[in-house]
Design a protein. Structure first.
Length: 514
């Protein structure tokens, strides 16, 4: 990304997860209505925004208020240029509320959404890369030492266990002792699990083991993985659990297993900002949960998700074991991470060699026989031979990289993600996505948080969800215990709920998957 230049597009730059120095460009929507999300505006010719510190009067003079948001299917996301989500809705209402309050006329105060990875939101807020953090943040003493909080949007929130089809038997919180608990380290859940561990230690119970999850995974992503059996259980806020459990049929909300209760959710802002504190207090009073507006917003954006298939189901596990030698061999031949290649196979066909598409794609990797037979791949028999089908898929991915993703400076992971996008949308569209990302001030060499946003604006969410699902499956496979060929089996009580493949009393003591 070029630095120190003027950005001519005031709205198209939407990203999450960039390093803090890269959080320079903003997306500023025109004042959309509330009934439906509006497309992003463009070509407003506003300058590059740099880190800035100030209180509300200075923001009002600048006519810019920057809201840091996580890229989330419930809080903030973009689809074909539309900004959607609870935080997007509240941010737009905040903008309209301010302009009505101050009668700004044509000189409107603009709200800028800055999608930011969760573990970077508070640092970005403190260093002036945003003015407000709208990230469904739980108010904790640890966070209050760093930032200030507006009055809460909702109170009496509990942080509870949510189980799914791969969950172990959990009767009380004590059953978490000695278990692996998947959680984002930046979350308040991790803080409260530390306190639970202190209680376990005081009572001579074995401490639980926190398994760090990717910071790019939002709570709804994690719940989707639990619902699909990819993770054994999750710790989430009770209001999220209750709503998502009405959408994801396999979730069980365990309100009786709360690691924290009576919690408050609020927007955060920089300390020593009394003017902004006063403004936010007035706005929240009219829009918090319990008011008609707040209740309407809360319900509107908790919509059905494109559900993941269960990549760790019994049938899928058997297919995984049967196909592992093929994936290992051909991933090695074409220099890929074999688990990521397997994850793509599951996304394409659920590892089913008998799968056929209406367009003629066949087998595990869902390639056209004509594509595989072309001289660039030159592999036949993919209709009936699973090994050759996987080989053709790997060869085609390598062809896409060698032909269309030649950048020598790209890490292997990014090349793989770009290849997945090209596999799904075509190499021509991938080129469009990367060019659009560069034009919008995003990094054309990073898929997550950058090129994926340009893809969403260009073709909608299909390719974004395709790559995202593969990555979720990949995370799931990384959490699986290795196969018997690379480990020894020992009779024992299951020691890790991350072993979502079995209820049998077996554990595997193995080296990590390679």
């Amino acid at each position: 990304m070029q630095r120190g230049v003027t950005i001519s597009l005031w709205s198209a730059i939407l990203f999450r997860g960039l390093t803090i120095p890269a959080l320079l460009a903003l997306s500023l929507p025109m004042a959309p209505g509330h009934a439906a999300a509006q497309p992003l505006s463009a070509n407003l010719g506003l300058p590059l925004v740099k880190p800035w510190l100030g209180d509300f009067d200075a923001m009002r003079e600048r006519r810019i208020i920057r809201i840091l948001v996580p890229y989330s299917k419930t809080l903030f996301f973009i689809d074909r240029g539309r900004q959607l989500g609870v935080s997007a809705e509240l941010g737009r209402r905040f903008e309209d509320w301010l302009n009505k309050r101050y009668k700004t006329g044509p000189f409107r105060i603009q709200v800028a959404f800055v999608p930011t990875r969760r573990d970077q939101i508070l640092p970005a807020l403190k260093t002036g890369l945003g003015d407000i953090a709208a990230a469904n943040l739980t108010v904790t003493a640890e966070r209050q030492a760093q930032v200030a909080f507006a009055p809460s949007w909702s109170d009496k929130i509990s942080e509870i266990v949510v189980t799914g089809p791969a969950s172990p038997q959990l009767t009380t919180l004590d059953d978490l002792a000695g278990r692996d608990v998947p959680v984002r380290l930046s979350s308040s859940y991790a803080t409260h699990l530390e306190k639970l561990n202190q209680d376990f230690t005081a009572r001579a119970l074995q401490p639980l083991r926190v398994v760090p999850l990717e910071e790019n995974l939002e709570d709804e992503d994690i719940l989707t993985m639990v619902n699909a059996g990819l993770l054994p259980f999750a710790i989430v806020d009770s209001h999220k659990a209750e709503i998502w459990a009405t959408i994801l049929d396999n979730l069980k909300v365990r309100s009786d297993l709360a690691i924290a209760s009576e919690q408050s959710i609020a927007w955060a802002f920089r300390q020593n900002s009394p003017q902004l504190a006063s403004i936010l207090a007035a706005f929240v009073a009219e829009h918090k949960v319990g008011t008609k507006i707040g209740n309407d917003i809360k319900q509107r954006y908790f919509k059905d998700d494109k559900l993941l298939k269960n990549s760790n189901s019994a049938d899928a596990a058997q297919r995984f074991a049967e196909l592992e030698p093929f994936f290992r061999a051909h991933a090695g031949t074409y220099n890929f991470d074999w688990l990521m290649l397997t994850a793509q196979g599951f996304q394409e066909s659920q590892l089913d060699q008998h799968r056929r598409s209406p367009r003629g794609a066949v087998g595990i990797m869902q390639l056209l026989p004509s594509t595989a037979a072309d001289k660039t791949i030159a592999i036949s028999g993919i209709e009936t031979d699973a090994g050759r089908n996987i080989q053709a898929g790997a060869a085609y991915l390598r062809y896409l990289i060698a032909t269309y993703i030649k950048d020598a400076n790209l890490p292997d992971r990014e090349k793989m993600l770009f290849a997945f996008a090209a596999y799904n949308a075509g190499p021509g569209n991938l080129k469009k996505f990367r060019s659009a990302a560069k034009a919008q001030g995003l990094d054309p060499n990073l898929w997550f948080d950058n090129v994926e946003h340009a893809a969403a604006r260009t073709v909608g969410r299909e390719t974004v969800d395709y790559v995202s699902n593969i990555y979720k499956y990949y995370v799931s496979y990384r959490l699986l215990p290795p196969s018997p060929s690379v480990c020894t089996m020992e009779e024992a009580e299951p020691s890790s709920p991350l072993n979502s493949l079995s209820d049998a009393a077996k554990t595997r003591t193995c080296r990590a998957r390679q």
